[in-house]
Design a protein around this ligand. Sequence first.
Ligand code: HEM
Length: 498
Amino acid sequence: MFAVLLLGIVSLLIYSIVRYYQYTAKYPKGPLPLPFIGNLLDFDFKTQHKTFDRLGKQQKGIYTLFTPVPYVQITDYQIIKEAFVDKGDDFIGRPTNKVLQEAFTFAPNAGVINSNGDNWREQRRMAITIMRDFGMGKNLMEEQVRSSVGEYIEHLNNIEDKDNVDMRWPVQVMVANIINEVLFGYRYKHGDCAPLMKYVEDFNYMIDHISDSKGLLLGMGFPFLTELPIIGWYTYGQFKDAMAKINEYIVHNVERALKDYNVEDEPTCFVHAYKQKMAQNANAYLDQENLMGTCADFFLAGQETTTTTLRWAMLIFAKHPEIQEKLRQEVHSVIGKDRLPFMADQPKMLYARACVLELQRFANILATNVQRVTTKDVEIRGEIIPKDTWVNADIHYLMANDTMFENPEEFRPERYICQDGKTLRKVRYDLIDRTIPFSIGKRMCAGEGIARVELFLGLTSTFQNFKISPRPGHPIDLEPKTGQIILPKPQQLRIQKV
Ligand code: HEM
């Protein structure tokens, strides 16, 4: 009897393993997954980009990791382009996984970043239209950025102990004020921004927690676990709770903006304009939940990303004084010291443009691209990717490893400049094409226009006005903190007015 039972169990096990490998064989080949747990043992979630760097080098531009859900990685630029641009509509989805949709959003399928189908299309179109009405990519938005940059420079000027400055909050407030003003119509004063600091701290707490959590992976791989008592908290509930705390900021600010707003009046911020379009019945998809969701997405994506990039800039340029000096000389010779830069100065500032490109390449801040999902079975380079598969177009890997970037571990803006010293290297080497921190295709970053203005003006203004260097005896540490967003470790710098 026991022998029969044992035989039955072994047969069932062998059958399940065979079925498992039949299932994994449907995806592009990658490192061999173990039955049921896939490649989890191969994966360090705290330093995901390092795992992807290590595994990507052993593969041929496209492969699958089982985490344990199948997760297709694309590391080759031409394949990313083929997928996200040539076959863009087939890769346009975001995961519908319960944990991601319910715990990490304002509401499932609301807003822009995580929504799908017609709702995504309409939210994105409407958000970009409203932003354009407020001048995104035009002079009006540039004026808001310049004004916030001006306050930041003034704040740095007023710091008494310039030998020990943590640039984190000055940069964060400068960047957050821009999107806060666009969305909600007001700004914070440096030094008086407790609600903003609480938002950022709550967000960072959640990010730290995610990178540490096996529970999250289990919840995503086996959604039934999220329904169980206690286990449900570790696999889902704690993240939903953390996200709700973060979103209190959004709810409060949307309500604040709408309190005295009459839809007959001229809108003065994004919330007003969205509400007015709702009242005009401009679009069946416009409702309160999507208003909140879109504001939540733009606020989150709109400040943490550019802030982190500029925080890296402070450390990298402090570590490379010769590059900092060369940038400053260009700024002083084109603009002088008496006014802040304009975007119109950019064409005359080749070195500054190369510095921004190299900064975004070298200090790319997302450990993985935002996950996409295939909307149907799709063939890429002879490999079939089944419908509903998660895809990571690994822009981090690309910018850190593509052989076009000679010695990619070096910070060297000159790599983007032709030998004539007058042009960027687009034509000959396609380096700029491969520098894609905002991703590519129809779902690429919706805030690229604002981000580019913030990065150019933020970087050039800082070094126009200050020399930034390490404190004596405290060398710069460029090893990042672990996590989904690649953050610098907190460290203080010395700033000197020039
Ligand atoms: C250095 C700054 C930034 C970087 C590196 C960055 C990068 C990205 C990336 C890689 C994506 C995913 C694109 C894809 O799925 O292919 C994305 C999406 C997005 N970003 Fe950015 N971003 C930045 C700044 C901003 C800013 C300033 C805003 C808003 C003002 C913003 C709003 C968004 C939104 C709404 C999406 C979702 C787009 C969609 O799903 O349709 N981002 N960003």
